[in-house]
Design a protein around this ligand. Structure first.
Ligand SMILES: Cc1ncc(COP(=O)(O)O)c(C=O)c1O
Length: 367
């Protein structure tokens, strides 16, 4: 039986030799490859600063802490739980708002309605590889003087009117293996805000600030109770090589999405992903929607046929055990999407034959 994974990173000789070189250099933790990776990433996204960390969860947390946010943060519930966990762990309050059915992303009207005097930030989650409604959200944050946090974990290289996601607000990226590029575990903060960059850097390495005139050798003084969120030099070395391939990998994903669109548009009962005008979708995931009563049987049928289809995300965060008790919300569109969505295999090297097989299996099981 054919086996088609949900995701598979494109890792080549370049990543292997770069990582081994970093290992042999003796720099086992944060080192020169971090600097190289950060400079290249900032230049790619178009921001002044980029700070590498060990995960996107750490980046999201560090941003909220560094900005000193303790009030309300508006975010979608239709996201991976890390987005909301970061808000709670940083000591702020998540306020979940509903999403747009087509894009599965924050609906600016619901956001505007959720603003209170306690609102301090809006976190947009760029779902599955496409930018959220950045123009409308920028207008809202500017009007109410709020921070815009971009959870860009799923959208590395995505564009909104020609500008990269992660350059509109505080960009938070993930390099987990299913993402558009990977370092295994890893994350990156992108920002143009010098103060926030400096403050977030403190959380990465124990809150220790290099003293200008240290009173003695080995003087290390913590200015806040930081963490250890460092990305190792070896993983940064992989990141440097992955970043060079990112555009080509995203192009391969876009071609694969075209094959899916072509085949699936001929099958009744499927809602295809929507690529909004002016937004370059980089298909970190390829998701479709099917009728609620067909979804679970379809995913099981695909799995039984060797296709690693999955669901992102169900339950949505506000219906998860911890959140439903502490932060109850009524989000009808989010709940509908969570019951209809299916994630199909998507990665740069998926073949046209693999996609035909997935689509044939869907056709055979959706009737
Ligand atoms: C939207 C979103 N935010 C945050 C994360 C967390 O990323 P990481 O695993 O790098 O902490 C993910 C990862 O799956 C995600 O999809």
């Amino acid at each position: 039986m054919r086996k088609i994974p949900l995701s598979k990173a494109r890792i080549g000789k370049e990543e292997e030799s770069s990582m081994v070189e970093a290992l042999r250099s003796g720099w086992l933790t944060h080192g020169p490859k971090n600097k190289e990776f950060e400079e290249a990433f900032a230049s790619y996204i178009g921001t002044k600063y980029a700070i590498s960390m060990n995960s996107c969860a750490s980046v999201l947390f560090a941003v909220i802490k560094a900005a000193g946010i303790t009030g309300e943060v508006i975010l979608p519930s239709f996201t991976f739980t890390a987005s909301a966990n970061a808000v709670v762990n940083a000591g702020a309050k998540p306020v979940f708002t509903d999403v747009d059915y087509d894009t599965c992303m924050l609906d600016p009207k619901s956001v505007e309605e959720a603003i209170t005097p306690k609102t301090e930030a809006i976190m947009v989650v760029h779902f599955a590889g496409q930018a959220g409604p950045l123009k409308e959200l920028k207008e809202i944050v500017d009007k109410h003087e709020l921070l815009l946090i971009e959870d860009s974990a799923e959208a590395i290289g995505a564009e909104y009117n020609g500008k990269k996601t992660g350059s509109f607000g505080e960009g938070c990226f993930s390099f987990w293996p299913t993402k558009n590029m990977t370092t295994g575990e890893g994350g990156m903060l992108t920002t143009n805000n010098q103060k926030l960059a400096e403050q977030a850097s403190l959380f990465v390495a124990h809150g220790i600030k290099k003293a200008v005139n240290p009173p003695h050798v080995g003087y290390r003084s913590a200015v806040l109770p930081g963490f250890n969120f460092r990305l190792s030099n070896m993983l940064a070395a992989i990141g440097v090589e992955q970043l060079k391939k990112l555009d080509a990998m995203n192009e391969s994903r876009r071609i694969a999405a075209g094959w899916y669109n072509d085949r699936l548009s001929k099958i009744l009962g499927i809602t295809l992903p929507v690529e909004k005008p002016g937004r370059k979708h980089v298909y970190q995931m390829y998701t479709i929607k099917v009728a609620v009563d067909k979804r679970n049987t379809l995913v099981s049928a695909l799995n039984n046929a060797g296709v690693e289809a999955s669901v992102h995300f169900n339950p949505p965060v506000h219906l998860q055990d911890y959140y439903k008790k502490k932060y109850p919300a009524h989000l009808p569109i989010t709940e509908k999407i969570a019951e209809e969505i299916v994630t199909l295999p998507m990665y740069p090297d998926i073949t046209k034959e693999d996609i035909s097989y997935v689509c044939d299996t869907i056709r055979a099981n959706l009737a």
